[in-house]
Design a binder for this molecule. Sequence first.
Ligand code: C2E
Ligand code: MG
Ligand code: MG
Length: 620
Amino acid sequence: MANRAVPREDLTDEENLHHMQIRLHDLEDIVARVEDRAAGSMALAEELARAKAELISQRRRAEDNARKINSILDAVIDGIISVNADGVVESANASAYRMLNSNARKLIGAHLSQFLRGLDNRDCTPCSTTSPGGDMNALVGRRLSCTAKATDGASFPAELVISRTSFSGTDSFTCVMRDVTEQRKAEQEIQKLALYDQLTRLSNRYEFEARLKTAITLADRQDASVALLLLDLDNFKHVNDNYGHPVGDELLQYTAQVLLESVRESDTVARIGGDEFAIILINVEDPLRIRQVAERIVNKLSQPVLLDGSLVHTGTSVGISIYPRDATDSKELVRLGDKALYEAKTQGRGTFQYYDEVMDARARGERILENDLRLAVVREEFEMFFQPQLRSVDGGILGAEALIRWRHPDGELKMPGQFIVHAEKTGIINDIGKYVLLAACREARRWRDTGMAPMPVAVNVSPSQVKDDGFVAAVTDALEEAGIGPEWLEIELTENIALDTGAGVLEKLNQLDRLGVRLAIDDFGTGYASLAYLRKLPVRKLKIDQTLIANMLQPGPDYAITEAIVNLGRSLNFTSIAEGVETTAQADAVRRTLCSGMQGFLFSRPLAADDFRDWLAGQK
Ligand code: C2E
Ligand code: MG
Ligand code: MG
């Protein structure tokens, strides 16, 4: 090797030494460089080792994270399925496998539409685009409903929300799938609650109305008829009050059963109110069928039924209207059915009644009466008649009852029986009542002013008048306007109002009593009020009903009842007066009971104000 440090013979020792030194220097240089390079390689190797260790730990961390994310995804109850832009499954979580009864081998690579069936379904509006080749983008961000089909063939309703993520320019779609079976069940239950009566499981009023409309539409199409039967139970309230609500409930269930057994499957039976039921009979080409159904129901429900150990008597009346014979729409059909029912009830219960023109004429008559009554108030067509009340022992005059008459423009003098009920039904009684109070008080004032012995006037008031907020004010206004003291006014109440504790009735009666107005119970002995109960009211006087007086002399208990009322009344501080005394024999019998007063045709019929004043003058 040229570099080998061998002494040359052609050179002096000195020169050789010099060369050797240079060579040595070179070698030292080379050694230093080699050493440097070795050190550099070591550092590089160390660097590489560190980098490798770092990479390994990063990969571990990434794997840990991925595992963590997967276990979180697996813990989610919703199914999570990741698909590519074509709708092909790339991955799924455990819930998705569980819900679809599937596994990665079956699911990955499958298309969404293979297991989400609703997705190609029209009624699942936006979903049709996910059929193979459809655009996933169109579904992003919407809430989709569909039917998921598991691999074992079972299916369940599902809701789907799809979101999009981009990975290095490629779109991936995450579908979150929820099993909504329970939710749908709850929705159906709510729907049922809204449409069906819980107690009887019959359609409720809403469902009934909808079905009636549908029945009418179908009847139009098929040129057929629909019959509507409306009914209610005769003494349901009584059953509830006397046997308790559980028995009342059983009665309703029993009724529902009877009704269902009386109709065809295609007909509708509904409970539309407390004890009100409705039946829709469709395709009633044969009118006999309507009659048979109604008859069967009336007969079956009129038989007593054993409920919870008690023999319960009930009954029903049925009103029938027929489409298109009677009405042009469902509302009208119900209205007329109601009228027919009302008619059936007034004809005596336990019957059925078809709606017909006659009833309509009656309704028209009622409308005319209402109109005329309103006009009568304005035109002041009412007049007060007066009938004296006398002391039993000596025939002295105790006072007079004011009785209304209506001088109708057609010339007839109408009696209260011809219009008071209707005035009560329409609320016109309140205006009439104010007139009566004032007219009666004015007449009492006149008796005093014309030099007759002052005496109280008795005025009849209807329950609805007492319930009216302005009742007490109407009384005090009348007293003030006529200029008489409260002791000259007596108010005749019905037994029913005395039993009514609502609408502040008792408070109003107490107010009148404190004012000094005397209160009497009219027609006592026919209703349900007991004397013990009446004692709690500020009532001072009982007017014994004319039916008791009329029958006093007949065999039977009426004399004894009258006597008992008088005696018990006296011991409770009521004075009594007998109404409807027509014969001297009746008057004698009344006297024997020690009843303190009498009123009736025997002494005088009710007279017009002038005639009554003449009668009074004659009495002197
Ligand atoms: P009420 O208050 O019990 O009046 C007694 C009714 O019996 C009166 O009939 C009277 O004419 C009749 N009457 C009197 N004595 C006899 C008799 O000896 N025999 C028979 N058979 N009847 C007799 P009216 O006037 O037809 O009144 C009927 C009912 O109309 C009254 O019964 C009362 O409840 C009501 N009424 C009368 N006027 C008014 C009024 O101004 N306002 C209100 N809200 N109701 C009134
Ligand atoms: Mg009366
Ligand atoms: Mg009476």
